[in-house]
Design a binder for this molecule. Sequence first.
Ligand SMILES: Nc1ncnc2c1ncn2[C@@H]1O[C@H](COP(=O)(O)OP(=O)(O)OP(=O)(O)O)[C@@H](O)[C@H]1O
Length: 252
Amino acid sequence: MTTPVITVMHGAVGYDGRPVLRDISLTVATGEVVAVLGANGSGKSTLIRTILGLVPLSAGSITLFDRPLRRFRQWHRIGYVPQRLGAGSGVPATVREVVASGRLARRGILRPPGAADRAAVAAALASVGLTDRADDPVATLSGGQQQRTLIARALAGQPELLVLDEPTAGVDAASQEAFAAALRGFVDGGGTVLLVAHELGPLRPVITRAIVIHQGGIAHDGAVPEPAGHHAAPDHDHVHPHGPDEHAGLWS
Ligand SMILES: Nc1ncnc2c1ncn2[C@@H]1O[C@H](COP(=O)(O)OP(=O)(O)OP(=O)(O)O)[C@@H](O)[C@H]1O
């Protein structure tokens, strides 16, 4: 059996006493690419932020790389791209500087960057297709390119687990394709991915498993649901993880 990277057992989360997630149990193993799907406000971001220790559990337990979350310190093993950070808005940093900041957890703030740091930054820039923009201020990039910069920053840290919150939301088609290719390269190198998505688009072939959050619980954990409109396909197995009240096209 492959090593579990993430284990959540009977996890419950709420804000100000208002429950958002209840009795969540899941395991993500090395090499999996897991998409967390669900309607707006269903708790997808809350789930991944809880896994990263950013939101406290009200019940249950979490382990990362086989260590209880409260004792986990090896954060360099995890790259996190939060939802819509707005990289560089008002900040005159170049793309390369933002990506290089992803090395800090690895090299420590006081040690100057070495050849390994520069190589990791160059590889991360290339993997998202931004080599030719490396010395431009981030603020001059499109929203999709800024999002790619943040993904490159996470990749530059050479993490084993990449956690991404809606990496392709509002991102142009070229950036979505570039991101799918970068993700494929990361996974081929042995990486594990947990991402929140609204629409899978070009990511669909890279995803190995889908978890659907509905009414605070896991409504489906398994095959990636077909896009709406594929129900008549001959190989459709009539598994309907989504309730009738959810948006059509949620998985398109
Ligand atoms: N920091 C917070 N304080 C209080 N309530 C919050 C906080 N963050 C999220 N919520 C609430 O928790 C619920 C789940 O939010 P969450 O952001 O996890 O959903 P989501 O599935 O990621 O949504 P979306 O698809 O819109 O990003 C929502 O009702 C939201 O309003």
